[in-house]
Design a protein around this ligand. Structure first.
Ligand code: PEP
Ligand code: MG
Length: 596
């Protein structure tokens, strides 16, 4: 038996380290999502889609092979050359052989081609037939292979993204462990029952992680193989600060964590006093500090934390609720409630940024490269009726409070112009229909694609503000998938290429006398804030729970010092050097926020 499994079974403490993507400490029993198998759906695909379906299977098989090999390696490292170890590792040899069973796989592809079935269903039906035959075999050895074949089948189906939505039927507090969670799984979590979650894949800029931070839910990602070693019912502690998962935490560990929780609580209480103070630098530069929200109910948290309104309302989560689009009426009511809730401050409503990792299922079809595909403004400009429904609702809410609109994922000036024209068309329609609205609402452009940053001067001439989405700007500048932890080291907010684009955007906006904000996660990164202040950003929009800490940071920085530091950073070629400059200013200004 492997050491890990032995430790878990004997109640010894065991730690696993991944990437902490949402701070906080949680305790509870484990619930491993995915333990319950859900049969795949069956549906017909078009003749022209059959080969694509088969390619999907090839990719899933290759992924599965890689995962099994990794497991095998891990096991070998842990158990060395012992006889038990060799026996356990050889189980995976059998799994690998099954993946290469040509006659079985040929049957799958034949069914997919002849019956035009989706590949999950063709695969599942074929393998299930084999399992049925093995189950009743006379030979004990063959009967025992059922479990292996089932294991391989489930892995492949999981890699074909057949995760069922998280099971929310568990009625006791628990820590959720899953291979992967979608943003909508996370959004649907009951905060009173889910104490935190850990996944095998994921990245800190994935929307799943962003939502976890908004919900204040501790989360650790990138724990490859965790579903295989932790089981439902195991006692678990999750440390989202340090990206650690502790199975069977010992009494000393629990005591240590109690101290940490107390420290964090008292630090949070100290920050509460800042609620009504201004986010102004120590040498008097006034900034705006607002909150990012995904759901209407977060307005209260934003206000409680002292945000000056909402700098980014990610409305697509509305669309994702049950895959259906809300009506104009429902949207207008929702936006109006948010506008009234933040009054006298304002709300910037971002039009639906559907696509990428935010897949509502019915709105976007599966794409090979979703982040480079039909996403954000590209999709809404292609679905004019849907887009106009949202624009009309936003204009209507504008009659009830300070509402602005901004457009996501712009890559060209033309997309901006076409969006504005549709906005005007909607205002004309509402006027002729006699429906209350405000056609004077401010219009902003999100700068989150390098091509938009490079023509920010042109875009700035046609809008009221710019808001930089650093999550995507970094992703697209560095060509690094924000959701993929394998390439996380290339996700570099302080790369010279990124900061040049940030600088260009701020200069472009200020030249045209409009304000420039940053609403990506970089705005709440305590090490990056000195640079953003120094580059001249006017507005910071951060997740609601981060507002107090960011306000404290801003109030302790000197704008002049940040400006000088940013000037030097712009000359640097080494991101590490830039980080060191930022860290030095941050440590000097608010070291109390950076400890532990
Ligand atoms: C961003 O890209 O930085 C951003 C704020 O938008 P989202 O995270 O929703 O893509
Ligand atoms: Mg974005």
């Amino acid at each position: 038996m492997s050491e890990i499994l032995q430790n878990i079974q004997t109640g010894a403490e065991k730690r696993f380290t991944g990437l902490g993507v949402s701070p906080g400490i949680g305790r509870g029993n484990t619930f491993v999502h995915g333990g319950v198998f859900v049969e795949p759906e069956t549906y017909k695909v078009g003749q022209e889609e059959v080969e694509d379906e088969i390619s999907r299977l090839d990719v899933a098989l290759a992924d599965t092979r890689k995962q099994i090999e990794q497991l095998q390696e891990q096991l070998q490292e842990q158990v060395g050359g012992t006889a038990t170890g060799r026996r356990e590792a050889s189980i995976f040899d059998a799994h690998l052989l099954m993946l290469e069973d040509r006659s079985m796989l040929d049957e799958v592809t034949a069914i997919a081609r002849e019956q035009r079935l989706n590949i999950e269903s063709a695969f599942y039906r074929t393998i299930n037939n084999y399992i049925g035959v093995l189950r009743v075999a006379d030979d004990l050895y063959l009967r025992q292979r059922v479990i292996d074949l089932e294991d391989v089948m489930r892995r492949v189906l999981r890699n074909l993204s057949l995760m069922k939505p998280a099971d929310h039927s568990v009625r006791h507090p628990h820590i959720l462990i899953a291979h992967e969670l979608t943003p909508s799984d996370t959004a649907a979590m009951d905060r009173s029952l889910v104490m935190g979650f850990a996944t095998e894949v994921g990245g800190s800029m994935a929307h799943t992680a962003i939502i976890a931070r908004s919900l204040g839910l501790p989360a650790v990602v990138g724990l490859r193989g965790i579903c295989d070693v932790i089981h439902t019912g195991d006692a678990l502690l999750i440390d989202g600060y340090n990206g650690v998962l502790i199975v069977n935490p010992s009494a000393e560990t629990l005591a240590e964590y109690e101290v940490l929780v107390d420290e964090k609580d008292s630090a949070a209480r100290r920050l509460e006093d800042l609620r009504d103070s201004k986010p102004e630098t120590s040498d008097g530069r006034e900034l705006t500090l607002s909150a990012n929200i995904e759901f209407e109910h977060e307005v209260v948290i934003a206000k409680k934390n002292g945000a000056q309104g909402i700098g980014l309302y990610r409305t697509e989560f509305f669309y994702m609720h049950d895959g259906k689009m809300p009506s104009e009426e429902q949207q207008a009511e929702n936006y109006t409630r948010v506008a009234k809730g933040v009054n006298p401050d304002g709300v910037i409503i971002r039009t639906a940024d559907i696509g990428g990792d935010k897949l509502p299922g019915t709105v976007v079809e599966r794409e090979a490269n979703p982040f480079l595909g039909w996403r954000g403004i590209r999709l809404t400009l292609g679905r004019v009726e849907m887009f106009k429904t949202q624009l009309r609702a936003i204009l209507r809410a504008g009659a009830a409070g300070r509402v602005s609109v901004m457009f996501p994922m712009l890559s060209t000036l033309d997309e901006m112009r076409r969006s504005r024209l549709l906005l005007e068309e909607c205002a004309d329609e509402l006027e002729s229909e006699g429906i209350a609205h405000n056609r004077e609402i401010e219009v902003g452009a999100m700068i989150e694609v390098p091509s938009a940053a490079l023509v920010a001067d042109q875009i700035a001439g046609e809008v009221d503000f710019l808001s930089v989405g650093t999550n995507d700007l970094i992703q697209y500048t560095m060509a690094v998938d924000r959701v993929n932890d394998q390439v996380a080291d290339l996700y570099q907010p302080l790369n010279p290429a990124v900061i040049r684009l940030l600088r260009m955007t701020v200069s472009a906006g200020h030249e045209k006398k409009i304000w420039v904000g940053v609403c990506g996660e970089m705005a709440s990164d305590l090490l990056c804030i000195p640079l953003l202040v120094g580059l001249g950003f006017d507005e910071f929009s951060v997740s609601a729970p981060r507002v107090p800490a960011v306000k404290h940071a801003l109030r302790h920085l000197s704008y002049d010092e940040c400006k000088a530091m940013a000037g030097e950073a712009l000359q640097d070629s080494d991101p590490q050097k830039i980080l060191a400059r930022c860290r030095a200013v941050a440590m000097e200004s608010y070291s109390e926020l950076l400890s532990r």
